[in-house]
Write a protein that binds this ligand. Sequence first.
Ligand code: ZN
Length: 147
Amino acid sequence: MVHELYQEIILDHSKRPRNFHKMDDANRKAEGYNPLCGDRLRLYLKMENGVVKDASFEGAGCAISTASASLMTESLKGKTKEEAMVLLDRFHDLLTTDSAVTAELGKLAVFCGVRDYPARVKCATLCWHTLKSALENNGGAPPASTE
Ligand code: ZN
């Protein structure tokens, strides 16, 4: 039953992705590509004093990759870079291990079912890998490839 609700949330975010637009005044950007599925993603961040003030993305991908980027950009706002990196680790654990769902994941817990479909894990984690490259470059550098 819980999984049905989770699937509904994923479907909703894939059909009506949040923060799905270009950001002209972003000071961090990165591009990600998942060759296994063909998912492409461009992530925009506006960082101020080490805090994510705004996050958005553009791209074309499957339902999982789109929903993941949509929920990720929602979760990032107001987080420090360090908090974002912790969230990345938790999310990665959620999808690749039998770790319990922790409260700090919030809505991101909807992706726990993806761990049963190893081929889709890269779809769900693509935006997070892209986030990592965005946080690690200074915006002026050329976009880093994730894989
Ligand atoms: Zn995909």
